[in-house]
Write a protein that binds this ligand. Structure first.
Ligand SMILES: Cc1cc2nc3c(=O)[nH]c(=O)nc-3n(C[C@H](O)[C@H](O)[C@H](O)COP(=O)(O)OP(=O)(O)OC[C@H]3O[C@@H](n4cnc5c(N)ncnc54)[C@H](O)[C@@H]3O)c2cc1C
Length: 407
């Protein structure tokens, strides 16, 4: 049993480290527990494809990205806005730049130099790390329980910040196991966010084409569309435009069980232009050959073959209009979101109503929650990390206030 003056932070991801940084800067004794052998594995993974820390757009627009949770997160993000996150990274020796889309990245692109400098600052502020410590709930006296390589450990903490992440990419540490230790009323079910979707296409299609990218297509469904590269997976589709529409599509699938989306394989060309190009090829060119000449990939041609009637001979010209229409709007049935484990982030988690303004669990005074384990979601674009930092810092403020009132 450790001395009861420490603040326990459970989870060494960005939310937990942000809370630990704020608390240790004010002289609190902080111990950060994590079940993995090293901190912030998902943060490091996020940096593999360019660490998108935040976004430079107007703050009102920025806040609107959190949808139904915007009013909840707004005061926390106003307290630690995108500019503050950028300055924080720069103070740690990582200058940032704004990309053409408004996304903000450290110039190094990776997360590792930033994490190294951050951990050094935390060490200088006497933050202690207890790694390979898996939190397994509370005992009957309210002590935290941990599974460690040395056996079970119990910790009496003055306050606790839960920052144990969502449940996507569980091999990086966040596996959602913490849901067993909180009351069901305090939680919304964890669901995939920024995720791919499974299709109703036969398995042969996915076996043949998984890994193939449909470049710069426009996908539309449930009243919205997005353009970008769509990747075919072993069971479905994924990629930036799919992630962008994923919250809407997940909801549509929950209501209807099936959703028909459309793919525009040539968003830069009108249906009329496509039709005249299809009609303009050599007379003896087959329908499939005409599609190949239009630059459509084998997977796109397969999908069109399923959707539009195949013609030969004189029928090809007669069918060119219909085919052009399908190139602009090829139907594809989705049956379910892809698994939570494969998603970029997690929706659901600790509900707003279960927490006070300082992010303290109403049913467990002295226990706070932050980061992706809270019930909000946002698209990719830096909104995820920004909210993790802002809620981590808010939880730290909550701890300080709680300890002032309950010395
Ligand atoms: C491939 C990928 C790329 C991404 N890129 C970006 C990006 O560019 N920009 C962006 O904004 N977001 C990005 N994200 C999302 C972002 O990384 C997460 O939103 C963020 O890391 C969540 O922070 P967190 O601190 O809440 O949780 P996490 O980073 O998940 O950290 C939680 C920690 O808690 C620990 N833990 C969990 N359960 C226990 C337990 N029972 N006991 C002890 N420890 C436990 C875990 O080991 C983990 O270290 C990306 C995600 C992925 C998967």
């Amino acid at each position: 049993m450790q001395t009861p003056h420490i603040i326990a932070v459970i989870g060494a991801g960005p939310a937990g480290l942000a809370a630990a940084e704020s608390l240790s800067a004010d002289g609190f004794d902080v111990v950060v527990y994590d079940q993995m052998p090293s901190p912030a594995r998902k943060f490091l993974m996020a940096g593999r494809s360019g660490l998108n820390l935040t976004h430079a757009e107007d703050l009102e627009k920025f806040l609107s990205r959190y949808g139904a949770s915007a009013s909840w997160l707004e005061p926390m993000i106003r307290e630690f806005p995108p500019q503050a996150l950028r300055e924080w990274a720069e103070e740690l020796g990582q200058p940032c730049f704004t990309g053409s889309s408004g996304r903000v990245f450290p110039k190094a692109m990776k997360a590792s130099p930033l994490l190294r400098a951050w951990l050094a600052r935390l060490a200088a502020q006497n933050t202690v790390f207890a790694l390979r410590h898996r939190w397994t709930g509370w005992d009957e006296t309210g002590c935290l329980r941990f599974e460690t390589p040395q056996g079970e450990k119990r910790v009496a903490a003055a306050a606790t910040v839960l920052a144990s992440g969502g449940a996507s990419w569980p091999r990086l540490g966040s596996d959602g196991g913490w849901t067993h230790f909180l009351t069901p009323e305090s939680l919304s079910p964890l669901q995939p966010a920024n995720c791919g979707f499974r299709t109703a296409l036969p398995p042969e299609f996915h076996e043949q084409f998984h890994g193939e990218v449909l470049h710069s297509v426009t996908i539309g469904g449930a009243g919205q569309s997005a353009r970008g590269d769509v990747t075919i997976t072993r069971q479905g589709i994924e990629g930036a435009p799919v992630y962008r529409l994923s919250a809407l599509w997940r909801e549509a699938l929950r209501r209807k069980g099936r959703l028909q989306i459309t793919l525009d394989f040539r968003p830069g060309l009108t249906q009329e232009i496509l039709q005249s190009r299809l009609e303009g090829f050599r007379e003896r060119e087959s329908q499939s050959g005409r599609l190949r000449r239009l630059g459509l990939s084998p997977a796109a041609r397969w999908l069109l073959r399923e959707a539009a009637p195949t013609h030969s001979g004189a029928g090809i010209l007669a069918g060119a209009g219909i085919l052009a229409q399908h190139i602009k709007s090829c139907p594809l049935d989705l049956v379910a979101p892809d698994s939570l484990a494969r998603a970029i982030s997690t929706a659901g988690g600790v509900r707003r109503e279960a927490l006070d303004d300082g992010l303290m669990l109403r049913q467990r005074p002295g226990v706070f929650a932050a980061g992706e384990m809270l019930d909000w979601e946002a698209p990719t674009g830096g909104y995820l990390l920004q909210a993790c930092f802002a809620t981590g810092r808010r939880a730290a403020q909550g701890v300080k206030k709680h300890l002032r009132q309950n010395p």
